[in-house]
Design a protein around this ligand. Sequence first.
Ligand SMILES: CC(=O)N[C@H]1[C@@H](OP(=O)(O)OP(=O)(O)OC[C@H]2O[C@@H](n3ccc(=O)[nH]c3=O)[C@H](O)[C@@H]2O)O[C@H](CO)[C@@H](O)[C@@H]1O
Ligand SMILES: C=C(OP(=O)(O)O)C(=O)O
Length: 436
Amino acid sequence: MDKIIVRGGRQLNGTVRAEGAKNAVLPVIAASIIASEGKSVLHDVPPLADVYTINEVIRHMNADVNMKNRSVTIDASNQLTTEAPIEYVRKMRASVLVLGPLLARYGHAKVALPGGCAIGSRPLDQHLKGFEAMGAEVTVGNGSIEAHVNGRLQGAKIYLDVPSVGATENIIMAAALAEGRTVLENCAKEPEIVDLANFLNKMGARIVGAGTETIRIDGVDKLYGATHTIIPDRVEAGTFMVAAAISGGNVLVQGAMHEHLRSVISKMEEMGVTIEEEEDGLRVIGPKQLKATDIKTMPHPGFPTDMQSQMMALMLSATGTSVITETVFENRFMHVEEFRRMNAKMKIEGRSVIVEGPSALQGAEVQATDLRAGAALILAGLVAEGYTRVTELKHLDRGYVDFTEKLAQLGADIERVNEEESYVEESEPSESVSTL
Ligand SMILES: CC(=O)N[C@H]1[C@@H](OP(=O)(O)OP(=O)(O)OC[C@H]2O[C@@H](n3ccc(=O)[nH]c3=O)[C@H](O)[C@@H]2O)O[C@H](CO)[C@@H](O)[C@@H]1O
Ligand SMILES: C=C(OP(=O)(O)O)C(=O)O
């Protein structure tokens, strides 16, 4: 089992590039199986564990998938099977995104129920409500969800009770091949929804309004493979922005898009961080002294829940009391206990965490409780005294490519070792840093 060992105290400087977005590429790969003719070619695909998982899911359904460097070619023109194998759904909830495409193309889809996870219960009722409104019969039982429709799905008017990202994606994919018009209201407005709609439109779909709260989809008879470049990962970019700020450094994050990161930029600026827009990204300059602030997570364009734990790490270094309130997921504070091992002064009150800063952070052995928590603990380790050892890296690997190497290139004292090597490291920490 791997471990990341980071020693605090180094200032980060230089340039780092954001990869293609995990949360954009997963629905785009799922959408590629709607094409009954032609190949899809996707560029800027990050080599992440989640990408390998979704590739395996559609490969098991009989699609041809080839990943080379950061490009993926998908040919789904074969007859596909309409069931997602349970082992992949267990690994990654986003596997449920094949439901919409399969149901639209074949009138049948079955996936295992993904269940709850480390950040909350994450129900799928809004996805299912959308399919039912389009005429599908949905049954949930024996650990799986099965949807079936005789003939084609029918366009419908659907109002989401919550602006769910996954439900919006599943419904627009299903509606793209439905008969007639679907109007989806109170939908998610995340940039990844816009990227998915752009890809589907290149495949021949007729979708307008993505990025607003009402999306209109006029169903077509057939969709074709298309070529598409995935948008940059705003959460990975935001994580490196925090790394620059927390270490008092100066880092250009290439690919970081101002319009996708407005809420994060505004909060970091309130904390005293300087952020300058450059031609190819955002330059982030950490202040001598960070100031406390309050944050409430919300659906886009509000502050993203996927940046909550990283901002908590930043708050630990700020002077004063900060309050962070999580409104999207009911159980996304597992990292608080891990931060406490590092001598963080913080307490949970209902859906809020009160952070007393600045905390004199000390290195400790901590666990990545989810992928963003893993990144956040490493960020805290950048400024902690001594060595921080982060385990359970399978979570981190779902969402970050070469995280250790990228931080090392910026000047962090960090390395990734396997358990046996780390035993030696613990008695005699190495001074060297790993490079790309
Ligand atoms: C692969 C991917 O893109 N993952 C992102 C996606 O997850 P995901 O698509 O799973 O998140 P949702 O937007 O669906 O969830 C948001 C909220 O809606 C609730 N809900 C959702 C669906 C439903 O049918 N019923 C319901 O009540 C959830 O419990 C949660 O409280 O958006 C989240 C919120 O920005 C991000 O944290 C995840 O990184
Ligand atoms: C929660 C996340 O992802 P997922 O929905 O894939 O679990 C995330 O990216 O922070």
